[in-house]
Ligand binder design. Structure first.
Ligand SMILES: Nc1ncnc2c1ncn2[C@@H]1O[C@H](COP(=O)(O)OP(=O)(O)OP(=O)(O)O)[C@@H](O)[C@H]1O
Ligand SMILES: O=C(O)C[C@@H](O)[C@H](O)C(=O)CO
Length: 333
């Protein structure tokens, strides 16, 4: 049973809000970045990856964000459009800001890291005046991503988008996407994450991300059920806690809980798992599957993307996803 409802008569299935960046993934794997010399350029940024994955699954997708007025900005908007994503809400910076860069290194399949250049990035200059109420109310759902809360005016732009979503009964998904290097301190992060989460219908995060939010309340133990229950007193109907290779668990406001296993795969790199999981999980719910099936689809998409070099470019079509679910080994946890 799917506890979320959507206004089916709206032209967009999902509008994502947040950063549009560039991934530069090292081509030389199984070595540190100090020993690599070539990189492949992809569109990146967690909400961008999720939007691309969601559109790749055949859904009508929009985006609200800001790109740099240069080759990288044009590369990003061109890629979104080639993937069928509406870019009406994507603004072009006029202050000389740059595009965020995520240099990734694959030291081993289990040991990957991301070096992010985030100074003076265009995505954090998205202004509330650039968030369109008319655009948001045309969507069944909105996706927000935590890193967009890291600085003003992007922070205020996200909160305004949330206000518009609540006003027009747009279902809100919050992918926590906590990137410590983008924040000044953890307490500030937790304050804004908790405020945003109060307005969201479905919250998706790792155990570590929820722990960060709960340390603000002086909680030191990790308890998935406590985490989920806390948000049911606000707007949330579903809370998903991801546990990497140990799968994921979801709780629903009606008292249900669902565990998902993983699909065994040849892991090339681990990053991208969360974005692909979110894109297929949201897709499943919007296609009317129950929570368990949506989680399984998320896990399948993640197992595809972590076996490939990129994140955005690696996102599967619905046909690929369903074929993978039929053929790959699914391990319950
Ligand atoms: N080694 C793995 N093998 C198969 N599936 C995996 C593996 N690691 C993660 N997954 C799948 O991806 C989902 C999300 O992974 P994870 O919990 O690492 O999220 P995340 O930390 O947000 O990911 P990211 O590394 O992209 O930030 C898991 O719930 C699981 O379904
Ligand atoms: O979200 C980022 O800025 C980095 C991503 O582009 C990268 O693909 C990744 O970490 C995916 O989880």
């Amino acid at each position: 049973m799917n506890p979320l409802s959507f206004h089916e008569d709206r032209p967009f299935d999902l509008i994502a809000v947040g950063r549009l960046c560039i991934d530069l993934n090292a081509n030389e794997t199984n070595r540190p970045m100090e020993e690599t010399s070539t990189f492949t350029k992809y569109v990146g940024g967690s909400p961008a990856n999720i939007a691309i994955g969601f559109a790749r699954l055949g859904m009508k997708t929009g985006f609200i964000g800001k790109v740099s007025d240069d080759q990288m900005g044009r590369f990003i908007t061109g890629y979104l459009e080639r993937n069928g994503i509406d870019t009406e809400g994507v603004k072009i910076d006029n202050t000389g800001a740059v595009t965020g860069l995520a240099f990734t290194e694959i030291k081993s399949p289990e040991d990957c890291s991301i070096l992010m250049y985030r100074d003076n990035v265009a995505d954090l200059l998205l202004h509330p005046s650039e968030v369109s109420e008319a655009y948001i109310r045309r969507s069944k759902a909105l996706l927000i991503s935590g890193t967009a809360l890291a600085q003003s005016p992007s922070r205020e732009a996200v909160f305004l988008a949330l206000e518009y979503a609540v006003k027009h009964d747009v279902t809100v998904f919050f992918d926590l996407d906590y990137r410590p290097y983008t924040w000044k301190d953890e307490a500030e992060t937790a304050v804004y994450y908790n405020l945003a989460a109060e307005k969201c219908d479905c919250i998706i995060g790792t155990r570590e991300e929820f722990d960060m939010m709960e340390r603000l309340l002086n909680r030191t133990e990790s308890d998935d059920h406590y985490t989920a229950t806390r948000w049911f007193s606000h707007r949330a109907d579903i809370v998903v806690i991801k546990h990497g290779g140990a799968g994921s668990i979801a709780y629903t406001k009606d008292g249900g809980s669902h565990r998902s296993g993983i699909f065994r795969t040849n892991v090339l790199k681990t990053f991208g798992a969360g974005d692909s999981y979110a894109s297929a999980f949201i897709h499943g719910l919007m296609k009317g599957t129950d929570v368990s099936e949506a989680m399984k689809r998320g896990s399948a998409s993640a197992s595809i993307v972590i076996s490939r070099h990129s994140c955005s470019e690696a996102m599967p079509t619905e046909e690929e996803l369903l074929e993978h679910m039929d053929s790959a080994l699914y391990e319950t946890i």
